[in-house]
Write a protein that binds this ligand. Structure first.
Ligand SMILES: [Zn+2]
Length: 372
């Protein structure tokens, strides 16, 4: 009955996955500036308080949704027993450190499990047409987590786990596109689908173009998945226009691939004020990106978009970035906050972006008829 009311008054029903635990639990070791300390409950607290202040939750098209409850057998679909047990054991002992960039607290196992449930809730509610779009406001993030190890502030791979679940348990076998806009390459996420022709992975990430990292343009997938892994690395200090320029290729491949569902690994650490990322984006990028993506999704897959929060560590930037995405989904006009009256256009990396774009197009032309 509630859903029916929404249908009568809203063209788009948008589900926001929220849970108070994300805003209170898994407090990293302080004081600053340990790397861990950026992945804090304050990230979600700041988003929720800003969405309350801006009365987003009073909008009749917005529906608050709780994360699904997930048990260990679901995590096992995407992770090894050893990895799951390591997190469980360290959590039960109260704390621990894994590698250089993952800390575990007494809450980590339960909260990371809930984060998978949040991503699943966002995705399943969209494919079941309960909502048109969704946004999972979850943490810890997931796109660096590998099958066998936590990495880069990520414990379990929330998106990969959700996709494997809907395929194996719900027999959902349609094509899926993942668009990863976190500042960092999703090295965990990419491993799950590198040879999979039914999953398109498109990553826009910062790259200094000199150090030998991964996530470069010639990593195109393998086997039947060749051509379905697309990396658009953008230079450090890229601006709004530079970022938006990279979406031209994205649009071409999305319209040709025609996924049934588009999942966005929504990291906001390319924001200019982010303490970890190195780009100069403002909320205008995220608003225009979402506006464009929504239009494409409405043309090809009934508007089915699921945003899953990844990185983003500025407590000023993160709330306004999430807000700008939701405003675009609501198809409402957007004005950037006054403190974004900044002009970074002189820093534009336009010529580098053009070169990357034409090199990438040359590589992709073999696999995509719409790219010449
Ligand atoms: Zn990141």
């Amino acid at each position: 009955m509630i859903i029916f009311t929404f249908k009568m008054t809203c063209n788009n029903r948008i589900g926001i996955i929220v849970d108070e635990d994300f805003a209170t639990k898994n407090v990293p070791p302080y004081p600053y500036p340990t790397f861990f300390s950026y992945e804090t409950p304050l990230r979600i607290k700041s988003i929720l308080s800003y969405l309350e202040k801006t009365e987003i939750f009073n909008n009749e098209c917005i529906i608050k949704i709780k994360p699904f409850t997930v048990e260990e057998d679901v995590i096992k679909l995407a992770h090894t027993n050893y990895h799951i047990n390591s997190i469980k054991t360290l959590s039960s002992r109260g704390n621990g450190i894994l590698g250089e960039d993952v800390c575990v607290t007494e809450d980590t196992y339960e909260l990371a499990k809930k984060a998978i449930g949040g991503a699943m809730s966002a995705i399943i509610n969209v494919i079941n047409h309960e909502v048109n779009q969704s946004f999972a406001l979850i943490r810890p993030p997931g796109h660096h987590a590998l099958r066998e190890i936590a990495s880069g502030l990520c414990i379990f791979n929330n998106i990969a786990n959700s996709i494997i679940f809907i395929r194996e348990k719900l027999q959902y076998n349609k094509r899926i596109a993942i668009i990863d806009i976190d500042a960092h390459f999703g090295d965990g996420l990419v491993q799950y689908f590198y040879d999979d022709p039914r999953v398109l992975y498109f990553s826009i990430h910062e790259y200094d173009l000199t150090e030998g990292e991964i996530g470069f343009i010639d990593e195109l997938g393998t086997g039947e998945g060749l051509g379905r892994n697309i990396n658009f690395p953008i230079p450090l200090n890229s601006t709004d226009n530079d970022f938006l320029e990279s979406t031209e290729i994205l649009e071409l491949v999305l319209r040709e691939f025609k996924p049934d569902l588009i999942i966005i690994a929504a990291g906001f650490d390319m924001y200019f004020a982010d303490p970890i990322g190195n780009c100069l984006l403002t909320t205008i990028s995220y608003y225009k990106f979402t506006e464009k993506l929504l239009k494409i999704a409405e043309d090809i897959c009934e508007g089915k978009l699921a945003f899953i929060l990844e990185g983003g560590y500025s407590l000023i930037g993160l709330p306004v970035c999430v807000h700008s995405v939701i405003k675009a989904l609501l198809k409402e006009k957007y004005e950037h906050p006054p403190f974004e009256c900044l002009d970074f256009s002189g820093n534009s990396k336009k010529s580098e972006i053009s070169k990357i774009k034409s090199s990438l197009k040359k590589l992709l032309a073999k696999y995509w008829s719409s790219i010449v």
